[in-house]
Structures are given as C-alpha cells and as structure tokens.
Design a protein around this ligand. Sequence first.
Ligand code: ADP
Ligand code: MG
Length: 329
Amino acid sequence: MKKSWFFLFVLVTAVAAGTVGVRLRKHEPVQKQTRFLMGALCTIRIPGGPEALPVIARALDRAEEIDRRFNPLNPGSPLYAFNQQGTPITQPDIVALVQTALDVSRKTDGAFDITVFPLIELWGFEGSSPRLPEQRQIDDCLKKVGWRKLVIEAGTLTKLEAGVKIDLGGIAKGYAVAEAVTVLTNANIRSALVDFGGDIYALGANRGKPWKIGIRKPVHDGGVLAGLDVSDMSLATSGDYERCFEKDGVRYHHILDPKTGYPARGIAGITVLTPDPTMGDAYSTALFVMGPERAMPHVAAIPSMEAVMITSKGTIDVSNGLKDRFAKP
Ligand code: ADP
Ligand code: MG
C-alpha cells in the first residue's frame, strides 16, 4: 500500500511540473518540424513517410499566423491597435477567441481575465526585465482591469474604457494547437502529436496504440518519470517556474490574480486534460489563479476535464477520472 502511494506521488509531481516529453518507438519513420512561435518551441510529429511534411508546414503556418495577428506586442496586429488606439476588432477568428475567453471569465468568477495586460506590462512580464511594482502603481493599474469592460456586439469587439488592454497569452497557444490540429485533420491526418511549448494535443493513435506522454522531473535535464496514455486529448500546463524573477527571496511569476494584481499564490503547477486544447489552455491559467482550495472542486464539476495539481507546499491532488490512468514509462 505504501509503495503504490509513493509511485503515485512521483508520477503526479512530474505531471504537474509539466515538462512533457514524447516517446516514439525506434526504427519507425516519423516526420517532424519545429518552429519557434509564441515564445515557445512548437513541434508537430506525424508517424509515417515524408508525404506528411507539407501538411505539417501548413499547420505551422497557421500557428505562425496566430502568433502574428493575436499578439499585442506586434505593432501590425489588430490587438495592438485595439490596445493603443481603441480600434474595434472585427476579424472573426480573433473576436471568437475573445468571446471564448470571456465565457471562461464568467465561468471562473474572473480568475481568467484577458484584460490583465496593463498589469503584465507594469510587472514587465511581456518583456525581458520584469520588476516588482509599487503598491500605488498596482492599485492604479487594477482600475483598467476587468473582463466586463469588453463588449462584443454584432461581431465587433470594443472596450468601455480607454485604458483597457487585452492579452491572449493565456489562451492563444491552446487555440493555435486546436487550429493546427484542424489543418491536419482536414488533410486526412489521423495520427499526430502537436506540442507547442507544453500545450499538447495527441491526435488519434501512434501506430495502433495510445500516445504515451512522458512526464519529466521539474528540474533541468530531469529524466522521464512516468507516462500517460492519451488519444484525442489535450494537455495544458500552467506553472510558477515559467517566466519569473526573484526579489528578496520571493519568487514572482507571470500568472496574475486579476483581483489583487499580484502573482497568484498557492499552486506550483497544474496540468489540465480535456479534449479541447483552447479550453485546456484557458483553464490551466484560470485554475492556477483560483488556487489550491478552489481549483480541484471546479475541475470535478466539469465533465470531460481532468487535472493534476501540485501546491506550493508540495501537496498533490489528482482528479478522480485520472487516478487509475497513470502508467509506467
Ligand atoms: P504559458 O502561456 O506561459 O505556458 P499560461 O497559459 O498559464 O502559461 O499563460 C500565461 C500568460 O497568460 C501570461 O504570460 C499572460 O500573458 C496571461 N495571463 C496572466 N494572468 C492571466 C489571467 N489571470 N487571466 C488570463 N491571462 C493571464
Ligand atoms: Mg493557459
């Protein structure tokens, strides 16, 4: 009994830490391409011959397009014009993703909120030198935050106050995964592994068997600890070890609580499994903000969503549907 507990502990630690790897069997051909997009290495693998390469390229082209058009830091993007000048957004795919983000805001009591961008800028998490702001600056900034300040009407996104700015960083990578998978399935690809910097989708099976997602230790060069068998499933992870800095012994990271303006506390990492990668990405961020008490009960209430959480204290929590699905690598 004790032994199996230990086994579970190790596996779950690794999953929540979120560094994920993939094992393909040796000596069997697999086509693979990687591009650096959305601040992450984005890789698509398809078992089989090189005829799949042009399809992989098209799927990555779509991800590249999302990186360009959904990026508030790109001066040519509709998001930039919306944030800086208040230019309404009418592009259907962007408006649709904002609508999805607002739906998640409503369902998570505002834990997920794409209007956190002024705070992200204040903390400097959008750039390369983040810093600890003063309380007064955070208080000022919080006045510009709130998903109810966004309005979508007749397919057009507008804001109710001039200072409102949006950032799709908590959802766009999952959306890019979903869009890439659509490109693949439209081209009759039935088996693929899409991994955009930890936002993953396992399409179909890997030569008749479920995809085995290997989970690594949350340390540099950590070995693979465990494997999870998945098929037609997405995995998304949010963790406090990404984009962070330390000041006076305190670590500050890039997932902010829209209510306080400070990095959300209590969870070290949370991995969400759900069939829709866009939802998985948004919820991994939302649940992280909700904190250790509220996150797992919230998951339990959503059909088709499972999660593994590790708290900052090292406590592990696995949702019911996942408890018997861990396998050795
Ligand atoms: P990553 O994209 O780094 O893998 P997440 O999916 O958790 O991790 O997204 C974090 C990003 O989401 C931040 O960099 C920021 O752009 C944005 N963000 C931060 N806090 C929130 C929040 N409370 N709601 C929505 N988006 C957020
Ligand atoms: Mg996310």
